[in-house]
Write a protein of this length. Sequence first.
Length: 326
Amino acid sequence: MPRVVVFNEFGGPDVMQIIEEPVVEPAVGEVRVRIEAFAVNPLDQMMRSGTSPATVPLPHARLGVEGTGVVDALGPEITGLKVGDPVILTAIPDAGVRGSYAEYTTVPASRVLARPAGLAITEAAAIWVAYSTAYGALVEKARLRPGDHVLITAASGGVGRAAMQIANQIGAVPIAITRHTANTDDLLAAGAAAVIATDGVDVVEAVRRHTGGTGADIVLDVVMGPGQQDLLKAVRPGGTLVAAGFLDSRPTPFPTSAPLTIFSYRSFEHTLDTVVVKRMAAFLNAGVRLGALRPAIDKVFALDDVVEAHRHLEKGLHAGKKIVTV
Ligand SMILES: NC(=O)c1ccc[n+]([C@@H]2O[C@H](COP(=O)([O-])OP(=O)(O)OC[C@H]3O[C@@H](n4cnc5c(N)ncnc54)[C@H](OP(=O)(O)O)[C@@H]3O)[C@@H](O)[C@H]2O)c1
């Protein structure tokens, strides 16, 4: 019988178990996907440990908001898809029930898109969450334009690397922020115009230097915590900060500084909107086709090693996406 990852209580990576259970037949408007690979995201770790704002239906909760595979069965009233089509799963909102950590999942047809041509399975599994988040935050929310200086926090991570590639695709200037000077060469090779390592320099002063004294136009903050204060000081008056993640679990002081626009971004506000999804998919497909967008893969695990994949994520030292092949 097909295998699926479930957990019955909140806790560390060990609470995840692989069990066997029958596939779910697709209802009206649904498709079943045979999953080939899925990505491990920080949201999965939060759902598993009980720290996610998302609803987690214990016991027998599932995990996984994205992945790739082929259409395995169609429910009634599906048009535009056929069995065998290669697809990606886009941000499954009820991942606790239909998560992608499995050999099969059954989802609304609106949650799948054609797999971008030219990507390896491991890359296709990793493209949606990171790139749709970076695109949504930078382009749809902050209106990133050519020539803009954009500060990208946690640049070593999945969203950070996607944001750097998207900024380059648009003709903006990505300035990467990392905690470790040792990551500088890697981030320059990944597309950063400049790298600011918080273990080595004063962030505000470094941003001024890299922006000709004016400050950044846009900040993508997926870290938050006390470090956000420096980011706010590094933005030019009238600039924009988009808060889209929370890698630093320490409290974030209330932002009182400067005349800035501050957005709080949750990608589900866009990924459930078919009009924006159409724009996102067009942007991603064009970027992949032109070679500007390509997910960086940190490490690939087998399904049997899913617990190890979560342990690796929790170390917080990875560079790019963690993928599990099924
Ligand atoms: N708003 C949304 O809809 C949305 C969508 C997707 C993701 N997110 C959120 O965005 C954040 C980033 O996601 P991701 O997939 O890019 O994560 P990720 O790939 O796990 O990011 C890993 C990188 O983040 C940096 N990092 C880790 N812990 C940190 C800490 N405590 N303080 C500062 N930097 C830290 C590290 O880089 P260095 O070692 O180089 O510093 C690490 O390599 C997460 O909080 C995630 O939940 C939000």
